[in-house]
Design a protein around this ligand. Sequence first.
Ligand SMILES: [Cu+2]
Length: 379
Amino acid sequence: MKWFTQLNRIGWWLCLSVAPLLAWADDYRWGWNMPKGVTPLSQDIYWLHMLIFWICVIIGIVVFGVLIYSLFQHRKSKGAVAANFHANTKVELIWTIIPIVILVAMAIPATQVLSRMDDTNQADITIDVIGYQWKWEYKYMDQNIAFFSNLATPPAQIRGEEPKGEWYLLEVDRPLVLPVNKKIRFRVTSNDVIHSWWMPELGIKRDAIPGFLYEAWARIDRPGTYRGQCAELCGVYHGYMPIVVEAVSEEEFEQWVAQQKKAVVEQEAVSEQPSEWTYAQLMTEGKQQYDKYCAACHGFDGKGIPPLFPALKASSVATNPPISRHIELILHGVPGTAMQGYQDQLTDAEIAAIVTYERNAWENNTGSIVQPGDVKSLR
Ligand SMILES: [Cu+2]
């Protein structure tokens, strides 16, 4: 049986060569391993993972080595005769104590990293992260800034009518801007179903559960753009709520904060003034906002995904009077359904434009024109 001996030897060397191969893949050059990330915590997690990984590799080599050696060395064709004994206290003690020692040895560094993960004390900045179907809201608690971060990939790319961009489904209209070298505390929760805020390079993956606040933290070492995703299946457009973090220097962060505040003041000043929009303006703006905020459920063609999400084409609310019913439904949503209220997300003008668009697009042709003032009076 020479060929069998050869085969066995080859198999043996194959097993042994896998370990160095994996070591070579170590710095995720081939995308096999987890990223080292850009925070002290993500690096701790990485080293813990590698430590446990190598312990497992060594255990695997030893156990399979003994197994394969025994099979080979004591095979029947060599005239081996089975030993016939019952219970061996010494062996049993050894194979109980060694695993216990190994498990305890692994538990010590694992507990240290876990407790560091939970240490959200003395944060410089606190940010609330709120999951929605299907987008994220970020609230800077100390800076008094809040905004939604929506998927920015054009619908045509999703429908396959255009070639896909470099960051297909990993790009947003407004990234989460964070300063480097500051301890940032995240409080993660959800407005509807369970989501999960997953940022591999920050070493964070926290479930977003309605009614719970889960904490996480990061101190980012390097400026840059980091991308993540929702990691909990949360409905049909689960894949359409990516996360983008823009890490900038402290000065740039201060500038950004000042800019956001100025923009809010300006927007308030504009919305104070009564303004009249033309039909064409409302329709253009309405289509843009509808495609961004509503089309995920109600469809670009207004046909929805019945029975989950109703069609707005020829819908009773969108084609019949009173228009106030239509506006109020968008402002307050329908409690207990996926139709959320948009009063905090959209301005009067945006809602007016969307309502005008919905009442005239897709052959709804009601001829209705809704002005920002109509929305304001219903808030
Ligand atoms: Cu989600």
